[in-house]
Design a protein around this ligand. Structure first.
Ligand SMILES: NC(=O)c1ccc[n+]([C@@H]2O[C@H](COP(=O)([O-])OP(=O)(O)OC[C@H]3O[C@@H](n4cnc5c(N)ncnc54)[C@H](OP(=O)(O)O)[C@@H]3O)[C@@H](O)[C@H]2O)c1
Length: 325
């Protein structure tokens, strides 16, 4: 089978598709024929060896995919060959086949295209877990989403609206702000302008943001925290800017605000019940089409480099997806 193979940590241009053995089944595993895989910001870092944890070499990047069950191990029930599934794994998605633990696979609701299934899981799970379980976002509150047109950002815009918040989308270009507005944001602000906090103040009648969803980091995080409402919650999602900010402790004191960390990788182990509730709510929304996940751009398998490049050049709108097979 064909798979993107990282044999040494390198720039994306040097990573190629290779012929590798089709993965063997073992106990508790299911082999899936992949139809689409998503590329996230973290995948780009992992390929280059720049992520905080390093996958053992060689590896195939891609932690989210959608496909069809090819074969399930004898001890696995409920996932017969031909069943459409969505999966979230550590890596291996950018390949024609993958063997995944049955517990990491979810039956795709009817009518959901593989591209949509592949772009759904991580970003929307992060958004709903962060906004509901961590920040306890209430209907009528103001949610400020930084990097609002990116993969996790646009998911937070949509989920924030579904939870009844007023959503303000902060992004660097008019195209990105309009993209966020198209998917439900009530207003946009250009956070590359020095006066953006005044604009935010105007948009919230001086109140500030009750919840800040922050996948960007850097100085922008510090500026955003200064605009938090009393009893506000600032969700630490990631550092797409490449800079981890250092917040002085007097600011939460003066602002009456809280800093809340979110790590998707740990939810299943630390809060399995909460994770299951969040997943059930997401799949409910997906089945009823209350939530239609945003597929940013779809690339052919051979063009997978371009999906990575869109992330590293800050040009991606929504999630980048690679069609396989
Ligand atoms: N905590 C968790 O569990 C969790 C889960 C998923 C992802 N994440 C993290 O969330 C972050 C964003 O991931 P993503 O997949 O949404 O990425 P993405 O689609 O590339 O979006 C990131 C956004 O950050 C902004 N940005 C600001 N400075 C940037 C820079 N120097 N380079 C690139 N983007 C920059 C861009 O918006 P503007 O151009 O509008 O500024 C961009 O749209 C990553 O750090 C990722 O690790 C965390």
């Amino acid at each position: 089978m064909k798979a993107v193979l990282v044999e040494k940590f390198d720039c994306i241009e040097n990573i190629v598709i290779k012929d590798v053995a089709k993965p063997d089944l073992s106990t508790g595993m299911v082999r899936v024929r992949i139809q689409a895989a998503a590329v996230g910001f973290v995948d780009g870092l992992k390929v280059q060896g720049l992520y905080q944890t390093k996958d053992p070499l060689p590896f195939t990047p891609g932690s989210e995919f959608a496909g069809i069950v090819d074969e399930a191990a004898a001890d696995v029930g409920g996932l017969a060959p031909g069943t459409p599934v969505i999966g979230m794994v550590r890596n291996g998605g950018l390949a024609e086949y993958i063997c995944a633990q049955a517990q990491d696979l979810f039956v795709t609701p009817k009518g959901i295209a593989p591209e949509v299934g592949a772009s759904f899981f991580a970003n929307y799970l992060t958004a709903l877990y962060a906004l509901s379980a961590r920040a306890k976002l209430q209907g009528g509150e103001t949610l400020l989403v930084l990097g609002a047109a990116g993969g996790v950002g646009i998911a937070a815009v949509q989920v924030g609206k579904l939870l009844g918040a007023r959503v303000i989308a902060a992004a660097s270009t008019e195209e990105k702000r309009q993209f966020a507005i198209k998917y439900g944001a009530d207003a946009g602000v250009d956070y590359t302008h020095e006066g953006w906090r005044d604009e935010l103040k105007g948009l919230t009648g001086g109140h500030g943001a009750d919840v800040i969803y922050d996948p960007v980091g850097g100085d922008l995080s510090l500026q955003a925290f200064r605009s938090i409402a009393w009893n506000g919650r600032h969700l630490v999602i990631g550092f797409a800017s490449g800079i981890i900010p250092a917040l002085r402790f007097n600011l939460p004191l003066l602002k009456g605000g809280a800093l809340l960390g979110v790590d998707l990788a740990q939810i299943g182990r630390r809060e399995p019940d909460v994770r299951d509730q969040v997943i059930a709510q997401l799949f409910g929304w997906l089945s009823k089409k209350t939530l239609v996940p945003v597929v940013g751009k779809v690339f052919a398998f051979e063009e997978f480099h371009d999906a990575f490049k869109a992330m590293t050049t800050r040009s991606a709108l929504g999630k980048m997806v690679v069609r396989i097979g």
